[in-house]
Design a protein around this ligand. Structure first.
Ligand SMILES: [Zn+2]
Length: 416
């Protein structure tokens, strides 16, 4: 049981309460001054801010850490895709497991307790990535919720027949169906393959949609038409949507209204967009992100996420969702008054878009918690904590060094 913390509720406000956790790692009760049942471990977190675990709605764990084996000299999206394709042809499955586990561990230590990862399935990568990650999903299920997206990449030989033949086996092992229509030679046929597989297997969709700034070829209308046709309202997430920031406001507003009507979610990925987009501009290079502030203020559910971590797509990254939240605020031109909205983009909203069961600090939910010395969610996002402890399913999985080094004034103390 956690005593005396300040529990962050949906919306970002915090209230003082004790948290009683069951044997199975669920939150049994949240209330002031709970009488601890006898024999239960009590942890004093007086004054600490208790947030639900952070949620990273978009990563690529099959690619993480491959930068040195797959350099991308051009720094462009196409350069990154080609570099990874060459690497994927020869990648030993045990390497994928080792690299992915390392990044998962780093994310968990930084407070992320759920990740959705896209995993390439194509003629280069085959099923190596999804098989390796499916094993990790099982192995880590007591501390990290891992969702896998069968990322059917039309790359580089554009063999849609291969994708069509293999999609059922791929989706069988996945939690969602994904793809990147803008780089398919026949985007409409490609999208039909993905939508039909999603319906056949009862899985949600998560597209890399229009990760470019070319206003001559947005694919939103083709997606909307298929969401209606296949009944995928509320079960379709659009990642990137970069081109929205290049389109005139009137076009954007029409697309936004359709998103709201069809109950679609958006995931913005500032690291990849800032790094990969706009390299052809000699002056005033664009930021490359979608219209983050406009979408957030209009009520479209927008999550923000890591995307790639130390690979040819994004050479940096630590798995720290607070860092991603800061970039989202800065590059997305949100206001300082919108810290709580940005906080939602790494907690409630991605949990909702991923359909996570038992998320959030409420009775019956999983006791996945980030306990920090921050005053409120504004300061948590703005500068991060000096001291942090992460609990997954009620068990401490990370206590930072400051925590153990400081005998006096410890934020989190075991009472009995
Ligand atoms: Zn991605």
């Amino acid at each position: 049981m956690l005593l005396g913390g300040r529990v962050v509720e949906s919306g970002g406000a915090a209230r003082r309460a004790d948290v009683l956790v069951s044997e199975r790692g669920r939150i049994e009760r949240i209330a002031e001054d709970i009488e601890a049942p006898s024999g239960i471990e009590r942890i004093d977190v007086s004054g600490a801010l208790i947030s639900p675990g952070f949620v990273d709605a978009h990563q690529h764990l099959d690619k993480t850490g491959v930068l040195r084996f797959a350099p991308n000299p051009s720094g462009t999206l196409q350069g990154a895709r080609e570099a990874f394709a060459v690497y994927a042809r020869n990648a030993p499955p045990e390497d994928i497991t080792r690299r992915a586990a390392r990044t998962m561990s780093r994310c968990l230590r930084r407070g992320t307790t759920a990740i959705r990862s896209h995993i390439n399935i194509d003629k280069d990568a085959g099923f190596n990535g999804i098989n390796a990650l499916a094993a990790l999903r099982q192995e880590w299920s007591d501390r990290l919720t891992l969702q896998l997206v069968a990322f059917m990449t039309p790359h580089p030989n554009q063999d849609l027949d291969w994708l069509e033949e293999n999609i059922d086996a791929a989706v069988e092992n996945a939690d969602a169906v994904g793809g990147t229509p803008a780089v398919a030679e026949d985007p409409l046929r490609y999208m039909d393959i993905l939508f039909e597989a999603a319906v056949r297997h009862g899985r949600p969709l998560d597209f890399h949609l229009d990760e470019h700034l070319d206003t001559s070829r947005p694919l939103f209308d083709a997606v909307f038409e298929r969401v209606r046709k296949y009944g995928m309202q509320g079960r379709t997430v659009l990642s990137h949507c970069s081109v929205l920031s290049a389109l005139p406001r009137s076009d954007y507003e029409r697309i936004r209204d359709e998103m709201l009507e069809l109950d679609l979610g958006v995931v913005t990925l500032p690291a990849a967009n800032l790094y990969l987009q706009g390299r052809a501009h000699d002056v005033l290079p664009p930021r490359g992100l979608t219209r983050v502030a406009d979408l957030v203020r209009s009520g479209v559910p927008v999550a923000t996420a890591s995307d790639n971590i130390q690979d040819p797509f994004v050479p940096t990254g630590s798995g720290d969702m607070l860092e991603i939240a800061r970039w989202t605020l800065l590059a997305g031109h949100l206001y300082a008054s919108e810290f709580p909205a940005v906080y939602s983009m790494i907690t409630d909203i991605p949990a909702q878009l991923m359909g996570l069961e038992g998320y959030g600090l409420k009775e019956g939910s999983w006791a996945d918690m980030v306990v920090t010395d921050c005053e409120d969610v504004d300061t948590l996002v703005a500068g991060g904590p000096d001291r942090v402890q992460v609990l997954a399913r009620g068990r401490p999985v990370f206590v930072d060094e400051n925590e153990t080094a400081e005998a006096e004034g410890r934020m989190i103390e075991k009472v009995s």
